[in-house]
Design a protein around this ligand. Structure first.
Ligand code: R5P
Length: 281
């Protein structure tokens, strides 16, 4: 049985269809002090909890879903289409936590196994105390792209160039390059231009996540006279005014997956998750 988190109802329903498994109708209560209480209906032997941890509340909800499911199912598999706090995968300054590790440990307590999609760094999967593997869904981002003219697939930093290559390969042709990125703070990002020629070409920017949109909009400023600019990402967080920022920067279209359910979620990661579930031992 597929047990959906409230922020992952579309992807959970798509996964239920892919796996031909029933979808649990989770019920919710809210208390006056702000606490929530979930109720998971009777499950099969295996419960697959599907929940993107897009907020602190979503983390709490996931722990409750796992605990409720575990009381009835013999096996609990947790699917994190998007794993929140994944980018804090190190203590970058003295006194900081490794938040990704703290979250992973908490999530591990309620499950037998974890699957996640395109984590910011693959090493995050090692933070879990139960077996965790990742699914690469970046190739699907090529599907909604229109026919492109002399395309250049660009990642805003060297770390995402593999994703740009995956999207280029899935599209079927084009050049790949990346910018040099220096992050001064959460919103102050310096991007140094790539060597590739951009004039008159269709540019597809590729990243794992667009959060505030600062990285992408700064990258777009470096493009010299492009034809059209498309933004693609696996996780379209698009916090606050990020979508508007991209629009005013001149982006033609933004395409993401449904790891985070947004208006730009043009493709589903459910088939990739279903294949990975099918291959589990
Ligand atoms: C960082 O290395 C990530 O790959 C993204 O580039 C970054 O997290 C995007 O964040 P924002 O949209 O806030 O610039």
């Amino acid at each position: 049985m597929i047990v959906p988190g409230s922020a992952s109802q579309e992807v959970a329903a798509a996964l239920a269809r892919e796996l031909d498994e029933p979808l649990a109708a989770v019920e919710y209560d809210w208390f006056a002090d702000g606490e929530t209480l979930v109720r998971v209906p009777d499950t099969d032997d295996r419960a697959v909890v599907v929940a993107s941890t897009v907020s602190d509340a979503a983390h709490v909800e996931l722990l409750q879903l796992q605990d409720a499911a575990r009381q009835r199912a013999e096996e609990v598999l947790t699917v994190l289409p998007y794993m929140g706090y994944g980018r804090q995968d190190d203590a970058f300054e003295p006194g900081q936590p490794v938040s990704a590790r703290a979250m992973a440990r908490a999530i591990s307590t309620g499950t037998d196994r974890v699957l996640t999609v395109n984590p910011h760094e693959e090493a995050v999967t090692d933070f879990f105390d139960v077996p965790c593997s990742s699914v690469d869904a970046a190739g699907r981002l090529a599907e909604p792209l229109p026919e492109l003219s002399d395309p250049l697939f660009l990642s805003p930093d060297a770390g995402a160039v593999d994703l740009a290559e995956t999207v280029r390969d899935a599209y079927g042709g084009g050049e790949v390059d990346y910018f040099e990125k220096i992050r001064h703070s959460d919103t102050d990002v310096e991007i140094q231009p790539s060597d590739a020629e951009t004039a008159g070409r269709d540019i597809v920017l590729v990243d794992d996540i667009v959060a505030t949109g600062s990285t992408m909009s700064t990258a777009i400023e470096q493009l010299s006279d492009p034809a059209r600019v498309f933004v693609t990402c696996v996780h379209p967080m698009l916090a606050a005014n990020a979508r508007t920022k991209l629009g005013t920067a001149g982006v033609e279209r933004v395409y993401g997956t449904d790891t985070i359910e947004r208006a730009v979620s043009a493709v589903s990661v459910a088939p990739a998750i279903a294949s990975a579930v099918g291959e589990l031992p």
